[in-house]
Structures are given as C-alpha cells and as structure tokens.
Ligand binder design. Sequence first.
Ligand code: ADP
Ligand code: MG
Length: 258
Amino acid sequence: MTPFLDVSGVSFSYHTMEGETKALSHISFTVENGEFIAVVGPSGCGKSTLLTLLCGLAEPEEGTVLLNGLPVSQDHSRIGYMFQRDCLLEWRSVLSNVSLGLEIQRRLTPEAKKELLSMLETYGLGDFVNSRPSELSGGMRQRAALIRTLALKPDLLLLDEPFSALDYQTRLSVCDDISSILRASKKTAILVTHDLSEAISAADRVLVLSSRPGRLKAEIPLSFSGETRPIHRRNMPEFSSYFNLVWKELKSDDKHNS
Ligand code: ADP
Ligand code: MG
C-alpha cells in the first residue's frame, strides 16, 4: 500500500554568495495516515529545511517527497504549518485571527464560523472570542494559532518548534493540550523540536537527525502501553529508557554536538 507520506533519499543544499551549505543528506522515511512523528536534532541540522521540503516550498536536489504517491506539488492534500511564533495579528480579535485563513480562501461561510466558535469554546478560548491577542497568555495564543491552522482542515500538519517561545510550565501544558487536540482529530502530524522530552512525551515515533548536514541516524518507535497524554507519559518508567536511547543516538559519532 502507498504510504501517506514517502520521503526517499532526500538531500538539499542552500546556495548563497558565500557558497554552498549542505543542509540534508539522503533522508528516507515514511509516515502513515494518523501518525504523530517527532523529529529531533541539534540546532542548525536541517529540521526546518526538512519541513519546507515536505510541504513543497522547496524541491529536494536529490530524492523525492511523495504524498499519497504523488509529488507534493501535485497532490491535493492540504498541509498546515505552525511556527514557533504564533503570528497573531494584534489589530484583529481572536475570532477574526482564527478565521483569517478561511477568509483569504473565501471559505468563511456561516457554518465555518459556527465551527470555529465551537472550537474556541472546546479549547478554552470561549470567553476570549472578541479579545485582542495581547489579552491572551502565551499558551492561549498558541492554542489560537493551532485553531487557525486546523480551521483549514489540513490532512498533514507540520509543527516547527511550536512551543519553544513558551516558558517551561506553559510549554508542558500547551504540548499536552495540543497533542490531545491532534490525536482527537486524528491528524497526521510532524513535530520538529530540539527538546527530547517533548518529542518522547508526544509522538508515536521519533526520528533522530545528525548534526549538519542532517542524516537520519535512528527511528525510534514509542510504545507507552497505549498512553498518549504527554503529562502521563512523562511519569512512566518507559520515559527515561526512551530518553536515554534517543540521547545516545543523538550523541553517537557526532564530533560537533551543540
Ligand atoms: P534547524 O531548523 O535544524 O535549526 P535549518 O533547517 O533552519 O536548521 O538550517 C539548516 C542549515 O541550513 C543551517 O546551517 C542554516 O544556517 C542553513 N540555512 C537555513 N536557511 C538558509 C538559507 N535560506 N540560506 C542559506 N542557508 C540556510
Ligand atoms: Mg529550525
């Protein structure tokens, strides 16, 4: 059967006035529908570059990225992208921020608006529909950014260090909230993070990249006896074994760790 996402032998370099920077080298992996994958690796190893290749914003110089068996540019799946910064617009209310994508695509029907209001309610933002982003906490802002992304009903969600601007405590609870939301909506998601604990607490499988140029060093499937809540996983005995395993993979044969 054709995998949902098939990354095969992908390499990529940046070419600038200063010369060539090899960012990724011969990356191959597949992702099934509904899987939650985390990608970890030292900073600058090419994690964000990988996401830009997965959504077709850049083309690999070698290898292929196939979605449902087709090159990303030809497949009609919708891809959602969430960044470290929430990019909420201060002059718009929370509701008009989360509806921005639909508005641009002229898909903001009364039904879509009703659905957004119910999502805001479900995710604890019901009392802030008419507030400005500055009135929200960091965690609430990130949840609003997620709702804005989910509003477009993506088939694949790419998350580039979405929690790293938050303080530690908030990060734990937002990561918990957001992964529950993603799992409840059965989204296929790829979470890039440099935080090993975050990766292990949230994902079904962790991909470990080497330092630049990023190579795939290991794929570690996670099994927590069916437990998917990050907060609970962190207290399970498997957690520290996986942490040591991922840590060892990250450090192996790596001359310049960061
Ligand atoms: P990560 O997200 O893992 O921190 P990136 O994918 O952002 O890493 O970057 C990988 C490497 O490519 C880094 O060395 C970075 O400096 C370089 N790089 C990223 N974007 C560009 C660009 N637009 N032009 C030139 N080099 C870049
Ligand atoms: Mg990055």
